[in-house]
Ligand binder design. Structure first.
Ligand code: HEC
Length: 202
């Protein structure tokens, strides 16, 4: 009887020790994964390349991506596919550091501002087809700066993007066209950068 009680006590003690061991392993693991990304000292260019990839910047800015074959030798050098909508016609621009046809003259801060507000150094308000609206108020400063660092690290590619065309102008070249929005998709009130003659919400 005493022996049975002793074995019972020993089993209980073993269970307690094992539970404490499992708990300490779990806490150690949580400690590692909860460490802020910045503490991991990730190279900003590596982080920026990752973000640019998962945020689909290549879709629009790298030729061939929409057709299943991104041309990595001309990565992020812009596209000649025009986006026609209430904003007129715009083209995904050359994001390489080429000083005349790309954004080589922009500072990293100016790139961050464009991503977070849609404002460019020359005072242009980017059309919403460039998804800055999704980044505004959400994109972390460190991540925005990492994207800027990566863009600055790209090999410059000379590729002059077609000028923006105002609403109503005859489109030049290949165009992806946005019809006036169906009722469900119509903005409830004009977007703040919409031109005066943009189709009204129904
Ligand atoms: C759905 C297509 C699309 C995606 C995705 C996209 N862009 Fe753009 N981007 C555009 C278009 C179109 C313009 C030009 C808009 C205009 O002229 O109003 C533009 C303009 C820009 C500009 C301004 C450049 C200049 O010279 O004025 C920057 C910077 C930029 N994009 C960076 C990015 C980055 C970084 C990403 C990913 C995080 C990204 N874009 C994702 C379509 C896109």
């Amino acid at each position: 009887m005493r022996r049975t009680r002793l074995i019972g006590t020993l089993l209980t003690l073993t269970a307690i020790v094992l539970a404490m061991f499992a708990w300490s392993c779990q806490s150690a693991q949580q400690g590692t994964s909860a460490a802020p990304a910045s503490a991991a000292k990730v190279d900003p260019v590596v982080r920026g390349r990752y973000l640019v990839s998962i945020m689909s910047c290549n879709d629009c800015h790298t030729p061939g991506t929409f057709y299943g074959a991104p041309d990595t030798t001309r990565r992020l050098s812009g596209s000649d596919l025009g986006w026609l909508g209430p904003w007129g016609v715009v083209h995904a621009r050359n994001l390489t550091p080429d000083s005349t046809t790309g954004i080589g003259s922009w500072t990293k801060d100016q790139i961050v501002t464009a991503l977070k507000t849609g404002n460019t150094p020359s005072g242009v308000q980017l059309a919403p087809i460039m998804p800055w609206v999704n980044y505004a108020g959400v994109l972390d400063d460190g991540d925005a700066m990492a994207i800027a660092s990566y863009l600055k690290s790209l090999p410059p590619v000379t590729h002059k993007i077609l000028d923006r065309q105002p609403p109503g102008a005859k489109p030049v070249g290949g165009i992806i066209m946005f019809p006036p929005p169906p009722a469900w998709d119509a903005p409830k009130g004009a977007p703040k950068d919409a031109p005066k003659d943009a189709p009204a919400a129904k």
